[in-house]
Write a protein that binds this ligand. Structure first.
Ligand code: FES
Length: 157
């Protein structure tokens, strides 16, 4: 990975801000690596079925045991990287975790019940995927979810 000096890092961000340019890949904690604070799901807490649906074993996912909790699934066996949120009891949402602007991870904002890009661009989206504001031009891709007992099923196709 190319090293960025502290001075170049700061100058780049200030220059971008002064010119009104997008800061999403210039400055900030998440924007360099594209990663937000959503915790990853444990590898033994889900399976991928032959039809590519994802079966999440809720009893192994403490982050989804409370309203507003979220996890991410980054797995090369599936075509998208996901964020799964428990909005309320028996109300879950599955969405692509990649902001449609430049691919930085979005995070769930429980107080506003929306997704917000972790970059300084900060595009926000409804849990339906619809953009609220920001640099992103298109909505987040969302996926249907259903529950079967203690299993949450996310259908990718
Ligand atoms: S990557 Fe730019 S707003 Fe999300």
């Amino acid at each position: 990975m190319k090293k960025i000096s502290r001075k170049a890092f700061i100058v780049g961000g200030v220059t971008a801000a002064a010119t009104g340019a997008c800061l999403c890949t210039k400055t900030g904690r998440a924007t360099i690596f594209g990663v937000g604070d959503t915790p990853p799901i444990a590898s033994d807490a889900y399976d991928i079925a032959e039809d590519k649906s994802i079966r999440i074993h809720l009893d192994r996912v403490p982050e989804l045991a409370f309203d507003g909790g979220s996890i991410k699934i980054l797995d090369t066996a599936i075509d998208d990287s996901l964020i799964i949120v428990r909005i309320a009891e028996n109300d879950y949402v599955a969405s692509s975790i990649k902001c449609t602007h430049r691919g930085v991870e979005v995070e769930y904002q429980a107080q506003d019940k929306c997704f917000k890009c972790a970059s300084l661009g900060g595009s926000t989206f409804k849990t339906s995927g619809e953009k609220i504001h920001g640099f992103a031009k298109s909505p987040l891709k969302t996926y249907p979810v259903s529950t079967e007992g203690d299993t949450l099923v996310v259908r990718l196709s």
